[in-house]
Ligand binder design. Structure first.
Ligand SMILES: Nc1nc2c(ncn2[C@@H]2O[C@H](COP(=O)(O)OP(=O)(O)OP(=O)(O)O)[C@@H](O)[C@H]2O)c(=O)[nH]1
Ligand SMILES: [Zn+2]
Length: 207
């Protein structure tokens, strides 16, 4: 068994080597699913579908293989800046743990350093690692907050996620335009003025 190699050279993550055993087992199961939903598993168009889905699922759920704490630790710098740092509009693609359907939208993350800053891209990487797992939006929000708070030990962390859930659009209640917003705050962001500044800044549109 080998772990998938992530190639980030072009800015997009691409799993080069999928785990052979897992891909084979998943393919077998997806073939069974196709048959159970009444499809002809021998028709040409579906020939490679079980394997494609097996690889697609490994891509979409690759977040279990990476430790987000290590991501932050790989780029921590001493710096005397003690004001808000906001990385906003980080796109997220996650999977609802109830229906295995995507939910997607944007994450806005802020922290106030207390002597240590981290690389800006590392914030987005932490968001990605937790997103690429089976999730509920609330837990995703809190896990990002906890990871940054526990690792960087800043004066405060704020996370807001706005997302659309396909399980509420394509099926079930079928509401096409509802957006779910979740938020979680620590430290300085518990204060109304600080939280207010953060909310104002993430609401500002730069064109
Ligand atoms: N709190 C929360 N709920 C979610 C999230 N994603 C999906 N859900 C909800 O999970 C719930 C599961 O409810 P159940 O009644 O067990 O499942 P269901 O019969 O498929 O529910 P419906 O979607 O209402 O048809 C639904 O209300 C979904 O809208 C999420 O990120 N957070
Ligand atoms: Zn769902």
């Amino acid at each position: 068994m080998c772990s998938p190699k992530i190639d980030t050279s072009n800015g997009y993550e691409k799993i080069e080597n999928f785990d052979e055993t897992i891909t084979k087992e998943l393919s077998k199961n997806y073939k069974n699913i196709l048959s159970l939903i009444g499809e002809d598993i021998f028709r040409e168009g579906l020939d490679k579908t079980p394997e494609r889905v097996a690889k697609s699922m490994q891509f979409l759920l690759q977040g279990y293989k990476t430790d987000p704490v290590e991501i932050l630790k790989s780029a921590m710098f001493k710096e005397d800046y003690r004001q808000m740092v906001i990385v906003k509009d980080i796109e997220i693609y996650s999977m609802c743990e109830h229906h295995l359907l995507p939910f997607f939208g944007k994450a806005h993350v802020a922290y106030i350093p207390n002597g240590t800053i981290t690389g800006l891209s590392k914030i987005a990487r932490v968001v990605d690692v937790f997103s690429r797992r089976l999730q509920v939006q609330e837990r995703l929000t809190s896990q990002i907050k906890d990871c940054i708070q526990d690792t960087l030990k800043p004066l405060g962390v704020a996370v807001v996620i706005e997302a659309q859930h396909l399980c509420m659009q394509m099926r079930g209640i079928q509401k096409q335009h509802s957006i779910t917003t979740t938020s979680d705050f620590t430290g300085a962001f518990q204060k109304e003025a600080t939280r207010g500044e953060f909310i104002k800044l993430i609401s500002t549109k730069f064109s």
